[in-house]
Write a protein that binds this ligand. Structure first.
Ligand code: ADP
Ligand code: GLC
Length: 493
């Protein structure tokens, strides 16, 4: 099959979260299976042009009210020569820092135009290459104009046999803008209602994508169900229920070339389920690097996260009974925290750090440190309010680090709760998102660390033996692509 991935981010070129890991890992796996896959994304300012190859000639893009021009660059995916990545190079849209925004403007005001340029550009790229995909696979709201163009805009001839698949990585981000932004999309006003953009008098990209895509996937089975409920649908549950027959939940895998303690070059010493000595070395390095007391006997709890409401940050960090301050004063533990996001939370973490010798944090984005935290910690705390899949708890299990998670979305699908009688399980799971529940569950984990060492070992082994590869998930995507072709091209014929 010929598959075009349209995305705002992909590893290793640009990343704000797990979506970037997922797109490249899936694309690589599909390529290995023999499919003809290409990725198209923006050439952000930070992606060095000198390492890319420029395609000949400019490309006309019909976004906005006047035609615009862009250049296209390309390279191959590192470690997967057969997978080409194309970059839409448009100075006005992407010649700046930030994927969706920057700290001072978290959602760029011209995002409708920026991502319209990407989506129109994706179709033009195919024409330029004379390569018409069977499937256009887009990811989250930023690429939702692509299925709309495919379904409704007949000027894109050549795509009659192409079907669209939308993966919802996060229902909480829908791309909502004022109606005044609609002309930026470069499509007829009739499609404001006709393609499902209209929402509360403004435009909603995700809603248009959900209305127009031939098939829809989410990144875990439980999340496929949750988005169809009032709580998880963020106002779109009715529409999603109406499309329930095309929604499939497929659990993400992990990119085992990047996240594997046996070969990870970003950690001081590699290790495996058979030989865990390297993990102790990683713990020591982590304690040193973070400025924690170097002591193998104190459990280290890691946190790596975007500091946003979705991740349960209010319940962990806001100063109330049971939150992290109390955990750090009541229990013999250490915290190693890496994250960036909402400024109140960044400030609170800095304040906690000045009061607590056993809590150390790095505010910012640091890929190498995220690997060290996964490897060097004993536990990993992830009390998300909702979690479409979650990759960090998967990485944790692969690194013999026991996740402490709330039972939601992909966390519920991947972590088995500790059984105190048998020592079975791969982590610690709680249901209610309250500071008290976090306190109690962390307390339970710390108790097991000190009193049930054999159980902790057994759980580490169980987590490390889990196969979170992409083989199975990619097969499921191929099934979804087949169904999309049957449905989509059936409708258009
Ligand atoms: P989400 O995509 O919702 O942020 P995931 O768990 O799916 O959550 O993926 C998060 C990814 O981003 C992981 O690969 C994680 O290591 C990485 N990450 C998040 N915050 C940081 C950070 N501050 N520094 C480095 N990596 C980070
Ligand atoms: C989103 C979700 C996260 C998921 C990731 C990759 O960012 O918040 O749960 O793991 O996408 O699919």
């Amino acid at each position: 099959m010929k598959i075009l991935m349209v995305t705002a981010e992909t590893v290793p070129f640009a990343k704000t979260g797990g979506l970037a890991d997922m797109v490249s890992a899936l694309a690589i796996q599909l390529t290995k299976m023999g499919h003809d896959v290409k990725i198209v994304m923006p050439r952000y300012y930070k992606i060095d042009r000198s390492r890319l190859v420029k395609l000949e000639g400019p490309m006309a893009i019909a976004a906005g009210t006047v035609e615009t021009w862009s250049a296209v660059y390309t390279t191959t995916m590192p470690g997967c020569e057969k997978l080409s990545v194309y970059f839409i190079d448009h100075e006005q849209c992407f010649g700046r820092d930030g994927v969706y925004g920057v700290p001072s403007e978290t959602d760029f005001h011209d995002n409708p135009y920026r991502f319209a340029v990407l989506c129109h550009g994706a179709f033009q790229l195919c024409r330029k290459l004379g390569w018409f995909p069977d499937i256009i696979h887009c990811h989250d709201w930023s690429t939702c104009l692509a299925p709309v163009l495919l379904k409704h805009v007949c000027r894109y001839c050549g795509f009659e046999k192409t079907a669209s698949v939308l993966t919802i990585h996060n229902q909480g981000y829908q791309g909502q803008y004022s109606k005044n932004s609609f002309p930026a999309l470069g499509i007829d006003w009739g499609l404001y209602y006709g393609a499902g953009f209209e929402h509360d008098g403004g435009i909603n990209f995700l809603q248009a994508g959900v209305s127009s895509s031939d098939m829809i996937t989410t990144v875990s089975p439980t999340y496929a169900h949750e988005i169809q409920t009032a709580e998880g649908g963020f106002g779109m549950d009715g529409l999603l229920r109406a499309r329930t027959d095309v929604i499939k939940g497929i659990l993400n895998g992990a990119d085992l070339r990047q996240w594997n303690p046996e070969i990870d070059k970003k950690i001081p010493e590699t290790y495996s389920a058979r030989s865990m000595a390297g993990k102790a070395k990683c713990k020591e390095e982590l304690q040193k690097k973070m400025g924690l007391e170097v002591n193998p006997d104190i459990p280290v709890i890691g946190i790596v996260t975007r500091l946003v409401d979705q991740k349960g940050i209010a319940e962990i960090f806001a100063p109330t009974y049971g939150s992290i301050y109390q955990i750090c004063t009541d229990m013999k533990v250490q915290f190693a925290i890496l994250g960036s996001g909402e400024s109140w939370c960044e400030n609170e973490i800095c304040a906690l750090q000045s009061k607590l010798p056993n809590l150390r944090a790095y505010i910012g984005y640091d890929d190498a440190l995220s690997h060290l935290i996964e490897a060097g910690s004993d536990f990993f705390l992830m009390p998300s309010k909702y979690e479409p899949c979650g990759l960090n708890q998967i990485y944790s299990m692969l690194y013999g680090t026991l996740p402490i998670v709330r039972k939601t979305g992909g966390l519920a699908d991947t972590v088995d709760n500790y059984n105190q009688q048998t020592g079975e399980g791969t982590g610690f799971v709680f249901e209610q998102l309250t500071p008290r529940a976090i306190y109690d569950t962390v307390g339970w984990a710390v108790w097991a660390y000190y009193n049930k060492k054999d159980h902790i070992k057994k759980m580490q082994q169980a987590g490390m033996k889990k196969t979170f590869g992409w083989d199975e998930a990619a097969e499921k995507y191929v099934q979804v692509y087949k169904e999309a072709l049957e449905r989509g091209c059936g409708i258009r014929k």
